[in-house]
Ligand binder design. Structure first.
Ligand SMILES: [Zn+2]
Length: 79
């Protein structure tokens, strides 16, 4: 199964499940409708692949001290 985030012309975003890429093509050709408002101007919303987790790691890997993540790391400050 493939799940896509779809967006209608009124900005509603909803999930649509497809059994295959061909299934998506045929349904898109028939015309998908928004479950909220019935709008058929539905496009595939660009979205990143779903990842479990949520919290993103800070870019610069800290040295491991709690103070480092708060900007008070002596090593990072050249101290
Ligand atoms: Zn809608």
């Amino acid at each position: 199964m493939i799940v896509y985030d779809m967006r209608c012309g009124n900005g509603h975003v909803f999930e649509e499940w497809f059994t295959s890429l061909g299934d998506y093509d045929s349904k898109a050709e028939e015309g998908l409708a928004c479950p909220e408002c019935g709008d058929t101007a539905v496009t595939k919303a660009l979205s990143a692949p779903r990842v479990n987790g949520g919290a993103t790691e800070p870019a610069g890997a800290p040295c491991g001290l709690p103070a480092c993540g708060m900007g008070g790391c002596q090593l990072m400050n050249g101290g």
